[in-house]
Design a protein around this ligand. Structure first.
Ligand code: ZN
Length: 127
């Protein structure tokens, strides 16, 4: 079941979460792509809950190049205090810094070769 929150207030959206021990407000609704909180827009489309939260916080999220990034690395978290606005390249830099710090790694097979994600395109893993 999808959660329709198109006309919801920030309070209503944040009420649909469970706060964990890190203070993360973990989304109780639909999740996609490895845990990202998703809000149905009611027209067959859905968007990341973090984008809606940040726009309700007063940020202009109509620019698709702006991302709501997590400080806490919990994809399901929509706590406004745990989010920051970044551009695509900020997000990748942030991600790559975490990869280098050994915190997280993202990759996958492309054309039969395992690639890891770096700030610039997918780079084949060499041994
Ligand atoms: Zn969090």
């Amino acid at each position: 079941m999808k959660t329709k929150f198109r006309d919801a207030s920030l309070e209503q959206i944040l009420a649909n979460t469970t706060v964990n021990e890190n203070g993360c407000m973990v989304w109780n609704g639909t999740k996609k792509n490895g845990g990202y909180a998703i809000i149905s827009l009611g027209n067959g489309q859905a968007t990341k809950a973090t984008r809606i939260v940040m726009s309700l916080m007063g940020y202009d999220m109509t620019d698709k190049k702006k991302y709501a990034c997590h400080k806490c690395d919990n994809k399901s978290c929509i706590n406004p205090d745990h989010l920051f606005i970044g551009t695509s390249s900020d997000n990748q830099k942030d991600h790559w810094a975490k990869v280098k710090a050994g915190k997280t790694i993202r990759g996958g097979f492309r054309h039969g070769v395992f690639h890891i994600w770096k700030p610039t395109p997918w780079v084949p893993v060499e041994d």
